[in-house]
Design a protein around this ligand. Sequence first.
Ligand code: ADP
Ligand code: MG
Length: 703
Amino acid sequence: MVKLQTLEVSVKGMDCAECAQHVQHAIAKLPGVESVNVLLATEKAIIRFDPDKVDLSAIRKAVASAGDYSVPETTPSTAAPPMGDASTISAQAFNWQLVLLLAGVFSVVVSIVVVGEWLGMFEILNELVPFPIGVAIVLMGGLPVFRKVIRATLKRQIISHTLMTIGAMAALAVGEWVTAAIVVVFMRVGEYVENFTTASARRAVKELTAIAPQTARVERDGAEAEVPVAEVKVGEIVIVRPGEKIPIDGEVIAGQATIDQAAITGESMPVEVASGSHVFAATIAKLGSLRVKTLSVGADTTFGRVVKMVEEAEAHRADVQRFADKFSASYLPVVIGLATLTFLISRNPLSTAAVLVVACSCSIALATPIAMLASIGASAKRGLLIKGGKYLEALAHADVVLVDKTGTLTLGQPQITDVISLNGLPTSEVLALAAAAERYSEHPLAAAVRAAARAQNLSLSEPQDFEAMPGLGVRARVNGSLVAVGNRRLIPAAQSLPLAQQLEGQGKTLLFVAQNDQLVAVLAAADALRPEVPGALAELRALGIKQIELLTGDNQRAAAALAQKLGVQYRANLLPENKIEVVKDYQAKGHTVVMIGDGVNDAPALAQSNIGIAMGAAGTDIALEAAHVALMREDWSLVPEVIRIARRTMGIVKMNLAFTAVYNVVGLALAALGILPPVLAAAAQSLPDLGILANSARLLRQK
Ligand code: ADP
Ligand code: MG
């Protein structure tokens, strides 16, 4: 058995989608590397490899051999928390005004070139200035680009600038130095636009990380000390004053405050916290001071995880992106072929140069990730964590929605409404037995039983041999006797009980209590439906999703009552593994399945579905890990919302792709036919990047 290791290294020097592909190929080629994902937006590579065959220095060498790229010495970056480091935030914002300004400047430059060409000014300039001086101007102006091209060529790589450089050389060869100079100018402009675009994508992620506080005030040796967040230890007491951001995830041990949790949930309605409440890093204590016991720090906090997942979203590529990547890899050879053909047929070096110059491959590779990143970044700020373009793509054509009941459709705070003793024991005694057995269960029903016992001031015994059985109930030894609490499948003796059927008819969930295999009591629990559910389901139907089905481990009658009220189909008495089967069945029939669950015992079904959506994931690790989309607040209106966002994003991705494809085909055709002179070809080739950027920036402004 080989033991594979996963390593995250940062990679410097990548400033276009093409660069990321070079690094990707170089690392993937190493023997012992199983998979690699190079992330352009966060400048890192996630590598799965066999440590016996390959090590960091080999990876470093491979990266350096791919071009002007490097792995800095401070790697591995996994050790450092992903937040903070405001200094690395690029000054170039993904900013609507800036995009417009850039577009404006650009159109002026293009107009000058067009008019210049039309008036024949470049011809005149070409005549006036002696040719050797012109050559010198071209070489000097293009030096940085030419150097790159030569270095890539020595490594037998063709980059997009290779073609433009050949084009410029062709123009020089026929004595058109002004043409060559203009091509060089646009190569430099194109480089700038591309850097700007990449920086913008990075910005969408980094804006998110910048909201975390950098320092924390901790109690050490009886005094308060201000320390960098990374130095706070789990268990330490952190002081939070009014108006401050909470630096860690923790439990309030003293004080009261009103907290703005928008950074996590996207919801700015303040939340009241007091002793015992959990608070999250990056949220703000508006009123009141708190003493908080640290539970997790940095990358381990809910906020830290969200940031990390957004950073890594790029790794979950959509299929359209894979297609575009493949396409752009085979695009360059096709263009070279077309240029050769043009030359052979027309014998016109300038048309040939125009063909080489107009081809712009980078924009095809950029079209998808730029839109995805903009959408994912903007959603994260609103409490909607989408783990990758892959899931946006799937969501856009999802047609089946499966919903868990307890904790998802319902508030997940059931109340015990009836305690019925069956063989003479006092009800307080059966309740105490049941609550003791449920003491360590995380299930909402267990919490309800404990709360009912607490309300009667019952003292609970310590259970032994506690065992939780998902979808069934719990078993434990309490005061020497074997106690089981759960449904009929756990306690067969409960099979025929007229009283039970009557309670279930009211939509209640029943918990049967057995002591030493004797049925001793029935507890009934009722859980309220979340108020926004009917509206959200109606919206889903309006979005064209016809198949909505309730999946529950609860009993037939309770499920039927709720399903009828909501007008959806249902399946009851399901174990967690049965839910996986239902998902697989739909998938086998070709459906794209959304599964919505609370993440606790639905994690496997969430993971199996095409898009697993976890409800109210803030603070629950399993849900954050297992789901593909996590709703950071318990709000059903986010479900139709995320589908709308997905459709809008895919619409913009398709627009980007169609635009670049048509643009390139028309450009290449006009160039090959000799209609588009090289000067205009050069101006034209840097336009698609800008178009993609402007089009994708629309996703930053969600409603
Ligand atoms: P759902 O699918 O509706 O979320 P679960 O799979 O969590 O439901 O649980 C299914 C059923 O299993 C519950 O309705 C209950 O009867 C029983 N059950 C599960 N866990 C417990 C527990 N800790 N105590 C008692 N009953 C439980
Ligand atoms: Mg559940």
